[in-house]
Design a protein around this ligand. Structure first.
Ligand code: FES
Length: 376
């Protein structure tokens, strides 16, 4: 409170009887504020210029609402599952990210430009000079500042502009819905809906579906019709290769389907001999490796990014998303960053008949990050 004459202050009873205009003036006076200019932005009501300004503001809010709606629709229904470049539907798939990015961007931009326009064209641009004071605010200060805020709202004439109010409610409401859809969308979907079995999150395409089935380790060459399986002599010490499961008789379509699955990529790592001698194996997984070769899921145990980087000098597997690091010499246990679980290890061997790597079974623990039903 800046006044030096408390005896001039109105009593609480007088305060309650004062109009908003009087409170605004009192508030200015008490705070030593001098209103140099306090113009009404539209002194003549209902002019064409005023209506045009109103329509412009409403346009941006409405555009925001439409873009927000488009975002929600695209986020939920746009075909976002991976489609290979040589398949039908690739164009739609490749447009998913741009579409949700552009629609959400326009929705946020529309609200922003609408608010800026409204402030510029309808809120009075007063020039005021105010003295600063120390300490907290008194009851009088609080009452008068509320009156000031109400007065600003009143002078901005929002109350008599239903078009702007409705368009703002539409744009703001839909944008709110759009922002809610992002975190809620993942919770509404049934994670088991597209699984081959009811324990879909516990199993991966490496699971053997019949006795003595051979699931080979196949590399990606860029040509989906080229079958390239991996043999031990293909990798030098310190090398890493990304592999996917392949069964004899798999068709082109089966292979493309395998590439789409987030739970199938595996890092096959060949340790250098002197590093392999220092390996500490996980209890119960002592025979999961084949000599110097170790296979770990590529799905990070933090939030599921691909841990595509293997640094052979330190024997660390790196996840580029949040910089988690896993020690390949200690069953890929996390040694740095936010990940708290080791990377799941795939049991591998070499097929005696063909000389190619095979998996001897599925992972024995869930891959990737935590989920509600996960026990480990
Ligand atoms: Fe790998 Fe976060 S997803 S560190």
């Amino acid at each position: 409170m800046s006044t030096d004459k408390p005896e001039d202050l109105p009593s609480e009873e007088e305060l309650g009887q004062m109009s908003r205009d009087e409170l605004v003036k009192l508030g200015s006076k008490l705070d030593g504020v001098e209103l140099v200019e306090y113009p009404d932005p539209w002194p003549v009501k209902g002019t064409r210029a005023e209506k045009r300004a109103e329509r412009q503001v409403a346009f941006w809010f409405a555009l925001s609402g439409i873009a927000g709606l488009a975002f929600v629709v695209a986020f939920i229904w746009w075909p976002a599952r991976y489609v290979a470049p040589d398949q039908d539907g690739y164009l739609m798939y490749s447009l998913y990210t741009p579409v949700i990015g552009v629609t959400l961007g326009v929705a946020i931009l529309g609200i922003g430009i609408g608010v800026l326009n409204y402030t510029r064209k309808f809120v009075p641009h007063e020039i005021a000079v105010q003295q600063r004071h120390d300490g907290g605010s008194s009851e009088i200060d609080k009452a008068t500042i509320l009156a000031n805020l109400a007065d600003a709202g009143n002078r901005s004439t929002i109350a008599r502009r239903p078009m702007i109010k409705r368009s703002l409610a539409f744009g703001g409401g839909v944008l709110g819905l759009a922002l809610t859809a992002v975190p809620l969308g993942g919770l509404l979907r049934n994670p088991h809906a597209q699984s081959d079995n009811k324990d879909g999150l516990l199993h991966t395409p490496w699971q053997h579906t019949k006795k003595d089935e051979k699931v080979f380790l196949r590399r990606v060459t860029g040509d989906n019709d080229e079958l390239s399986l991996v043999r031990p002599e293909d990798l030098d010490g310190g090398a890493m290769e990304t592999v996917f499961p392949y069964r004899e008789g798999d068709t082109h379509e089966d292979w493309v389907k395998m590439l789409k699955r987030g739970d199938s990529p595996v890092m096959l790592i060949r340790l250098r001999p002197h590093d392999a001698a220092r390996v500490i194996k996980h209890e119960g997984q002592e025979d999961f490796n084949y000599g110097d070769y170790y296979a770990y899921t590529k799905i990070c145990s933090h939030v599921g990014c691909p841990t595509s980087l293997f640094e052979s000098r330190s024997n660390r597997i790196l996840c580029p998303c949040h910089q988690s690091q896993f020690d390949a010499l200690q069953y890929a246990k996390p040694v740095f960053g936010p990940a708290t679980r080791k990377l799941a290890q795939l049991p591998i061997a070499v097929d005696e008949e063909t000389g190619y790597f095979i998996s001897t079974g599925d992972f024995i623990e869930p891959i990737g990050p935590a989920y509600w039903e996960r026990k480990s």
